[in-house]
Write a protein that binds this ligand. Structure first.
Ligand code: URA
Length: 220
């Protein structure tokens, strides 16, 4: 799909979401669809918008967002060269954790969003986003390990907001971030947990993980 088609398709998905009166959180919060370069190589996926994101209708614009921007900049990239979104696209009240029913309700839209953007790498920010793709994964064990699911590479890292609350998590998050370019360059061993229904759209054939380069890790 060329860039213009991707932009048009994403606009369509966003409009469909806005029009869907059955979507949870619709009455209390704004839609924060996501933003960035639709031709990016790396897509960051967080949990759900917070108060600042809800107000500005943009993902990761609070303190966690500033940290994310800084870490992206430290890699020599610009935020606008990546794509940033969330699993749940409206703010849960009082920043509570998203409910399973909310994650399910927003899932078809995220699935299509990923399919259209078709990134080389998905970096999940925090436990909720990681478990969306890898229900059996544990963030303390699996952060910083590139895993191949349905032909896509998922790289779980700690949530920036969690890192802001703990020096140790901050160091770990920064360390994991530094690995991203090597993961993209194919310099990292990509581990492959057993297949399961993740709801993740399959990557284009050209981007499918080379089975020669992957290893059945027997992780889960
Ligand atoms: N936390 C998230 O998970 N997403 C945002 O957009 C902001 C904070």
């Amino acid at each position: 799909m060329d860039k213009a088609d991707k932009i048009a398709e994403l606009k369509k998905i966003e409009a469909e979401m806005a029009a869907n009166v059955k979507l949870p959180l619709r009455a209390e919060a704004n839609l924060v669809f996501g933003e960035g370069d639709v031709d990016c190589r790396v897509m960051f996926i967080g949990e759900a918008p917070g108060v600042n994101e809800d107000r500005l209708r943009r993902p990761f614009v609070g303190r966690g967002g500033q940290l994310l921007d800084n870490m992206i900049r430290d890699l020599g990239w610009k935020r606008e060269e990546t794509y940033i979104t969330n699993i749940v696209k409206r703010r849960p009240p009082e920043n509570r954790d998203p409910l399973p029913a909310e994650i399910e309700a927003y899932k078809p839209y995220l699935t299509r969003q990923i399919e259209v953007i078709d990134p080389d790498l998905i970096v999940t920010l925090g436990r909720f986003s990681m478990n969306y793709f890898l229900p059996e994964a544990k963030i303390t064990r699996d952060h910083g390990r590139p895993l191949s699911i349905d032909g896509r590479i998922i790289f779980p890292v700690y949530h920036p907001a969690a890192a802001l609350r703990s020096t140790q998590m901050m160091e770990t998050l920064r360390g994991d971030f530094k690995k991203i370019p090597s993961v993209l360059a194919g310099e990292f061993k990509i581990e492959m947990p057993p297949a399961f229904a993740s709801g993740l759209p399959a990557a284009r054939e050209s981007k499918k993980t080379d089975p020669e380069k992957t290893e059945q890790a027997g992780l889960f």
